[in-house]
Design a protein around this ligand. Structure first.
Ligand code: HEC
Ligand SMILES: [Cu+2]
Length: 299
Protein backbone atom coordinates (compact mmCIF):
# COMPACT_ATOMS: atom_id res chain seq x y z
CA UNK A 1 0.00 0.00 0.00
CA UNK A 2 1.23 3.55 -0.67
CA UNK A 3 2.48 5.52 2.29
CA UNK A 4 -0.18 8.08 3.19
CA UNK A 5 1.19 11.02 5.15
CA UNK A 6 -1.40 13.74 4.53
CA UNK A 7 -5.21 13.94 4.69
CA UNK A 8 -5.12 15.15 1.08
CA UNK A 9 -3.44 11.92 -0.06
CA UNK A 10 -6.01 10.04 2.03
CA UNK A 11 -8.81 11.72 0.02
CA UNK A 12 -7.17 10.62 -3.22
CA UNK A 13 -6.65 7.09 -1.89
CA UNK A 14 -10.28 6.89 -0.67
CA UNK A 15 -11.72 7.79 -4.05
CA UNK A 16 -9.29 5.47 -5.89
CA UNK A 17 -10.21 2.60 -3.59
CA UNK A 18 -13.91 3.27 -4.11
CA UNK A 19 -13.62 3.42 -7.90
CA UNK A 20 -11.48 0.27 -7.89
CA UNK A 21 -14.06 -1.56 -5.76
CA UNK A 22 -16.89 -0.48 -8.08
CA UNK A 23 -14.84 -1.61 -11.09
CA UNK A 24 -14.32 -5.03 -9.50
CA UNK A 25 -18.04 -5.36 -8.76
CA UNK A 26 -18.90 -4.47 -12.35
CA UNK A 27 -16.29 -6.89 -13.67
CA UNK A 28 -17.59 -9.74 -11.52
CA UNK A 29 -21.20 -8.92 -12.43
CA UNK A 30 -20.54 -8.80 -16.18
CA UNK A 31 -18.46 -12.00 -16.16
CA UNK A 32 -21.13 -13.78 -14.10
CA UNK A 33 -23.85 -12.71 -16.54
CA UNK A 34 -21.68 -13.87 -19.43
CA UNK A 35 -21.06 -17.30 -17.91
CA UNK A 36 -24.73 -17.60 -17.00
CA UNK A 37 -25.74 -16.84 -20.58
CA UNK A 38 -23.21 -19.30 -22.01
CA UNK A 39 -24.29 -22.19 -19.84
CA UNK A 40 -27.98 -21.44 -19.47
CA UNK A 41 -28.60 -21.14 -23.19
CA UNK A 42 -25.94 -23.42 -24.64
CA UNK A 43 -28.42 -26.13 -25.73
CA UNK A 44 -30.09 -23.68 -28.09
CA UNK A 45 -27.09 -24.35 -30.35
CA UNK A 46 -28.73 -22.19 -32.89
CA UNK A 47 -26.95 -19.59 -35.04
CA UNK A 48 -29.87 -17.81 -36.58
CA UNK A 49 -29.26 -14.04 -35.91
CA UNK A 50 -32.65 -13.61 -34.32
CA UNK A 51 -31.85 -16.24 -31.73
CA UNK A 52 -28.65 -14.52 -30.69
CA UNK A 53 -30.25 -11.31 -29.71
CA UNK A 54 -33.84 -10.67 -29.00
CA UNK A 55 -34.59 -7.05 -28.25
CA UNK A 56 -35.34 -6.39 -24.63
CA UNK A 57 -36.34 -2.86 -23.84
CA UNK A 58 -36.11 -3.21 -20.06
CA UNK A 59 -32.59 -4.55 -20.31
CA UNK A 60 -31.53 -1.75 -22.64
CA UNK A 61 -32.87 0.95 -20.35
CA UNK A 62 -31.19 -0.72 -17.37
CA UNK A 63 -27.76 -0.90 -18.98
CA UNK A 64 -27.99 2.71 -20.03
CA UNK A 65 -29.04 4.00 -16.61
CA UNK A 66 -26.66 1.87 -14.52
CA UNK A 67 -23.35 3.18 -15.98
CA UNK A 68 -24.76 6.71 -15.91
CA UNK A 69 -25.59 6.34 -12.22
CA UNK A 70 -22.08 5.00 -11.48
CA UNK A 71 -20.48 7.92 -13.34
CA UNK A 72 -22.67 10.50 -11.58
CA UNK A 73 -21.70 9.11 -8.17
CA UNK A 74 -17.99 9.00 -9.05
CA UNK A 75 -18.19 12.54 -10.45
CA UNK A 76 -19.85 13.87 -7.28
CA UNK A 77 -17.27 12.15 -5.04
CA UNK A 78 -14.49 13.52 -7.22
CA UNK A 79 -15.73 17.10 -6.95
CA UNK A 80 -15.54 16.70 -3.16
CA UNK A 81 -12.02 15.27 -3.33
CA UNK A 82 -10.86 18.05 -5.69
CA UNK A 83 -12.19 20.58 -3.24
CA UNK A 84 -10.37 18.91 -0.32
CA UNK A 85 -6.99 18.77 -2.06
CA UNK A 86 -7.00 22.39 -3.20
CA UNK A 87 -8.56 24.26 -0.27
CA UNK A 88 -7.13 25.14 3.12
CA UNK A 89 -8.33 27.08 6.16
CA UNK A 90 -7.82 30.85 6.22
CA UNK A 91 -4.88 30.62 8.63
CA UNK A 92 -2.97 28.17 6.42
CA UNK A 93 0.67 28.83 5.62
CA UNK A 94 0.64 30.22 2.07
CA UNK A 95 3.68 29.52 -0.09
CA UNK A 96 4.01 30.78 -3.63
CA UNK A 97 5.68 28.14 -5.79
CA UNK A 98 7.17 29.33 -9.08
CA UNK A 99 8.58 26.88 -11.61
CA UNK A 100 11.58 28.04 -13.66
CA UNK A 101 13.69 26.25 -16.25
CA UNK A 102 14.97 24.25 -14.28
CA UNK A 103 14.56 25.07 -10.64
CA UNK A 104 11.86 26.01 -8.11
CA UNK A 105 11.35 29.31 -6.38
CA UNK A 106 9.50 29.32 -3.04
CA UNK A 107 8.14 32.54 -1.56
CA UNK A 108 6.89 32.81 2.01
CA UNK A 109 5.70 36.42 1.86
CA UNK A 110 8.93 38.40 1.50
CA UNK A 111 11.14 35.38 2.22
CA UNK A 112 12.45 33.95 -1.03
CA UNK A 113 14.27 30.66 -1.36
CA UNK A 114 14.74 27.87 -3.89
CA UNK A 115 14.50 24.13 -4.44
CA UNK A 116 14.06 23.24 -0.75
CA UNK A 117 10.57 23.74 0.64
CA UNK A 118 10.19 23.77 4.42
CA UNK A 119 6.81 23.08 6.03
CA UNK A 120 5.79 22.81 9.69
CA UNK A 121 4.32 19.44 10.68
CA UNK A 122 0.58 19.31 11.38
CA UNK A 123 -0.19 22.74 9.93
CA UNK A 124 -2.19 23.15 6.72
CA UNK A 125 -0.14 24.70 3.93
CA UNK A 126 -1.57 26.12 0.74
CA UNK A 127 0.77 26.16 -2.23
CA UNK A 128 -0.02 28.69 -4.94
CA UNK A 129 1.67 27.16 -7.94
CA UNK A 130 2.62 29.05 -11.07
CA UNK A 131 5.45 29.34 -13.59
CA UNK A 132 7.82 31.99 -14.89
CA UNK A 133 8.28 30.42 -18.32
CA UNK A 134 6.81 27.13 -19.58
CA UNK A 135 4.42 24.66 -17.94
CA UNK A 136 5.95 22.75 -15.02
CA UNK A 137 4.27 20.39 -12.60
CA UNK A 138 4.87 20.27 -8.86
CA UNK A 139 4.87 16.69 -7.64
CA UNK A 140 5.91 15.28 -4.27
CA UNK A 141 4.30 11.84 -4.29
CA UNK A 142 4.47 11.20 -0.52
CA UNK A 143 2.65 14.45 0.25
CA UNK A 144 0.18 15.31 -2.50
CA UNK A 145 -0.99 14.79 -6.06
CA UNK A 146 0.46 16.65 -9.02
CA UNK A 147 -0.38 20.25 -9.77
CA UNK A 148 0.73 22.09 -12.92
CA UNK A 149 2.50 25.43 -12.74
CA UNK A 150 1.08 27.40 -15.65
CA UNK A 151 2.39 30.87 -16.60
CA UNK A 152 -0.03 33.69 -15.63
CA UNK A 153 -2.22 31.29 -13.65
CA UNK A 154 -2.24 30.27 -10.02
CA UNK A 155 -3.28 26.75 -9.12
CA UNK A 156 -3.78 25.76 -5.52
CA UNK A 157 -2.58 22.63 -3.79
CA UNK A 158 -3.20 21.98 -0.11
CA UNK A 159 -0.78 19.92 1.96
CA UNK A 160 -1.17 19.18 5.65
CA UNK A 161 2.00 17.20 6.40
CA UNK A 162 1.47 14.86 9.35
CA UNK A 163 4.94 13.31 9.54
CA UNK A 164 8.30 14.95 10.01
CA UNK A 165 10.95 14.01 7.50
CA UNK A 166 12.46 14.83 4.14
CA UNK A 167 10.39 14.04 1.08
CA UNK A 168 11.61 14.02 -2.50
CA UNK A 169 9.72 15.27 -5.52
CA UNK A 170 10.23 16.32 -9.11
CA UNK A 171 8.82 18.35 -11.94
CA UNK A 172 6.26 16.11 -13.62
CA UNK A 173 5.68 18.00 -16.86
CA UNK A 174 8.29 17.86 -19.60
CA UNK A 175 9.68 21.39 -19.62
CA UNK A 176 12.87 21.22 -21.65
CA UNK A 177 16.39 19.86 -21.59
CA UNK A 178 16.93 19.68 -17.84
CA UNK A 179 13.39 18.61 -16.90
CA UNK A 180 14.80 15.50 -15.22
CA UNK A 181 17.00 17.63 -12.93
CA UNK A 182 14.29 19.81 -11.54
CA UNK A 183 13.97 18.09 -8.20
CA UNK A 184 12.13 19.25 -5.10
CA UNK A 185 13.13 18.59 -1.52
CA UNK A 186 10.44 19.08 1.10
CA UNK A 187 11.60 19.29 4.72
CA UNK A 188 8.74 18.75 7.18
CA UNK A 189 9.84 19.81 10.65
CA UNK A 190 8.45 20.81 14.04
CA UNK A 191 6.79 24.21 14.37
CA UNK A 192 9.81 25.49 16.36
CA UNK A 193 12.37 24.26 13.86
CA UNK A 194 10.32 25.72 11.04
CA UNK A 195 10.09 29.13 12.73
CA UNK A 196 13.83 29.14 13.37
CA UNK A 197 14.45 28.28 9.74
CA UNK A 198 12.04 30.96 8.50
CA UNK A 199 13.55 33.64 10.74
CA UNK A 200 17.00 32.65 9.47
CA UNK A 201 15.87 32.91 5.85
CA UNK A 202 14.28 36.29 6.49
CA UNK A 203 17.54 37.98 7.50
CA UNK A 204 19.89 39.63 5.01
CA UNK A 205 22.95 37.86 3.63
CA UNK A 206 25.82 37.41 6.04
CA UNK A 207 27.90 39.77 3.98
CA UNK A 208 30.88 41.79 4.83
CA UNK A 209 31.94 43.75 1.77
CA UNK A 210 35.55 43.29 2.83
CA UNK A 211 35.20 39.52 2.24
CA UNK A 212 37.22 38.85 -0.95
CA UNK A 213 34.59 36.30 -2.04
CA UNK A 214 31.82 38.88 -1.69
CA UNK A 215 33.87 41.28 -3.79
CA UNK A 216 34.25 38.71 -6.56
CA UNK A 217 30.49 38.09 -6.48
CA UNK A 218 29.44 41.73 -6.37
CA UNK A 219 31.82 42.79 -9.13
CA UNK A 220 30.77 40.00 -11.53
CA UNK A 221 27.66 39.43 -13.64
CA UNK A 222 26.36 37.13 -10.89
CA UNK A 223 24.41 40.15 -9.60
CA UNK A 224 22.40 40.40 -12.83
CA UNK A 225 20.84 37.00 -12.24
CA UNK A 226 21.03 36.40 -8.49
CA UNK A 227 19.79 38.20 -5.41
CA UNK A 228 21.77 38.54 -2.20
CA UNK A 229 19.41 40.47 0.07
CA UNK A 230 21.24 43.29 1.81
CA UNK A 231 23.63 43.85 -1.12
CA UNK A 232 23.42 45.39 -4.58
CA UNK A 233 22.77 41.94 -6.10
CA UNK A 234 19.10 41.82 -7.01
CA UNK A 235 18.83 39.69 -10.17
CA UNK A 236 15.91 37.28 -10.46
CA UNK A 237 16.83 35.05 -13.43
CA UNK A 238 18.40 32.50 -11.06
CA UNK A 239 17.75 31.29 -7.49
CA UNK A 240 17.97 33.74 -4.57
CA UNK A 241 21.35 33.01 -2.97
CA UNK A 242 20.88 34.97 0.28
CA UNK A 243 20.89 31.74 2.32
CA UNK A 244 22.22 29.41 -0.35
CA UNK A 245 24.44 27.42 2.04
CA UNK A 246 21.38 26.37 4.07
CA UNK A 247 20.33 24.15 1.16
CA UNK A 248 21.56 20.57 0.95
CA UNK A 249 21.94 20.47 -2.83
CA UNK A 250 22.67 22.87 -5.67
CA UNK A 251 21.18 23.09 -9.14
CA UNK A 252 17.79 21.68 -8.02
CA UNK A 253 19.26 18.43 -6.74
CA UNK A 254 21.93 17.86 -9.41
CA UNK A 255 24.85 17.86 -6.92
CA UNK A 256 25.56 18.07 -3.20
CA UNK A 257 26.13 21.61 -1.96
CA UNK A 258 29.82 21.34 -1.02
CA UNK A 259 32.97 23.28 -1.96
CA UNK A 260 34.00 20.92 -4.75
CA UNK A 261 30.63 21.03 -6.49
CA UNK A 262 30.20 24.76 -5.97
CA UNK A 263 33.55 25.24 -7.76
CA UNK A 264 32.53 22.91 -10.60
CA UNK A 265 29.20 24.70 -10.87
CA UNK A 266 30.72 28.17 -11.19
CA UNK A 267 33.43 27.06 -13.61
CA UNK A 268 30.86 25.43 -15.90
CA UNK A 269 27.30 24.88 -14.68
CA UNK A 270 26.53 23.22 -18.01
CA UNK A 271 29.08 20.47 -17.31
CA UNK A 272 27.13 19.42 -14.21
CA UNK A 273 23.72 20.21 -15.63
CA UNK A 274 23.79 20.44 -19.44
CA UNK A 275 21.52 23.23 -20.64
CA UNK A 276 21.46 25.05 -17.28
CA UNK A 277 20.75 28.73 -17.95
CA UNK A 278 23.88 29.96 -16.22
CA UNK A 279 27.03 30.81 -18.22
CA UNK A 280 30.50 29.37 -17.45
CA UNK A 281 33.02 31.61 -15.65
CA UNK A 282 36.79 31.76 -16.01
CA UNK A 283 37.99 33.08 -12.64
CA UNK A 284 41.53 32.75 -11.36
CA UNK A 285 42.07 29.94 -8.85
CA UNK A 286 42.21 32.43 -5.96
CA UNK A 287 39.06 34.24 -7.03
CA UNK A 288 37.22 30.96 -7.45
CA UNK A 289 38.36 29.68 -4.04
CA UNK A 290 37.28 32.94 -2.38
CA UNK A 291 33.90 32.86 -4.13
CA UNK A 292 33.28 29.20 -3.26
CA UNK A 293 34.15 29.77 0.39
CA UNK A 294 31.94 32.86 0.49
CA UNK A 295 28.97 31.01 -1.04
CA UNK A 296 29.50 28.31 1.58
CA UNK A 297 29.19 30.92 4.32
CA UNK A 298 25.71 32.06 3.21
CA UNK A 299 23.83 30.05 5.83
C1 HEC B 1 22.59 34.62 -16.90
C2 HEC B 1 22.18 34.49 -15.54
C3 HEC B 1 23.15 33.96 -14.53
C4 HEC B 1 24.40 34.45 -14.19
C5 HEC B 1 25.15 35.60 -14.84
C6 HEC B 1 24.84 33.66 -13.06
N1 HEC B 1 23.92 32.72 -12.74
FE1 HEC B 1 24.02 31.41 -11.22
N2 HEC B 1 22.30 30.53 -11.83
C7 HEC B 1 21.52 30.97 -12.88
C8 HEC B 1 20.42 30.05 -13.07
C9 HEC B 1 19.33 30.15 -14.12
C10 HEC B 1 20.56 29.05 -12.08
C11 HEC B 1 19.66 27.84 -11.88
C12 HEC B 1 20.16 26.74 -12.77
C13 HEC B 1 19.44 25.44 -12.58
O1 HEC B 1 19.38 24.93 -11.46
O2 HEC B 1 18.96 24.90 -13.61
C14 HEC B 1 21.75 29.40 -11.32
C15 HEC B 1 22.20 28.68 -10.21
C16 HEC B 1 23.24 29.09 -9.41
C17 HEC B 1 23.62 28.43 -8.19
C18 HEC B 1 22.90 27.25 -7.55
C19 HEC B 1 21.76 27.78 -6.72
C20 HEC B 1 20.90 26.73 -6.08
O3 HEC B 1 20.18 27.07 -5.15
O4 HEC B 1 20.92 25.59 -6.51
C21 HEC B 1 24.69 29.10 -7.69
C22 HEC B 1 25.44 28.81 -6.41
C23 HEC B 1 25.01 30.16 -8.63
N3 HEC B 1 24.09 30.12 -9.66
C24 HEC B 1 26.05 31.04 -8.48
C25 HEC B 1 26.40 32.00 -9.42
C26 HEC B 1 27.58 32.82 -9.33
C27 HEC B 1 28.57 32.77 -8.21
C28 HEC B 1 27.58 33.61 -10.42
C29 HEC B 1 28.62 34.61 -10.85
C30 HEC B 1 29.97 34.12 -10.92
C31 HEC B 1 26.38 33.28 -11.21
N4 HEC B 1 25.71 32.31 -10.56
C32 HEC B 1 26.03 33.87 -12.41
C33 HEC B 1 21.74 32.08 -13.66
C34 HEC B 1 22.87 32.85 -13.62
CU1 LIG C 1 9.75 21.65 -15.04
Amino acid sequence: MPQVTTPQLQSILDISTFVFAVAILIFVGVEAALLYAIFRFRERGDDRPAARFVSNQRLEIAWTIAPLAVLVVVFALMLGAMQRISAAPADALVVRVIGHQWWWEFRYGDVVTANELHLPVGKPALLEITSADVIHSFWVPSLAGKRDGVPTQIQRLAITPMQEGTFGGACAEFCGQEHAWMLITVVVESADQFQTWLDGQRGPATTSTSDPGAQVFLSSTCINCHTLRGTSASGTAGPDLTHFASRATLGAGVAPNDDAHRAMWIRDAGALKPGALMPPFAFSETQLADLVRYLGSLK
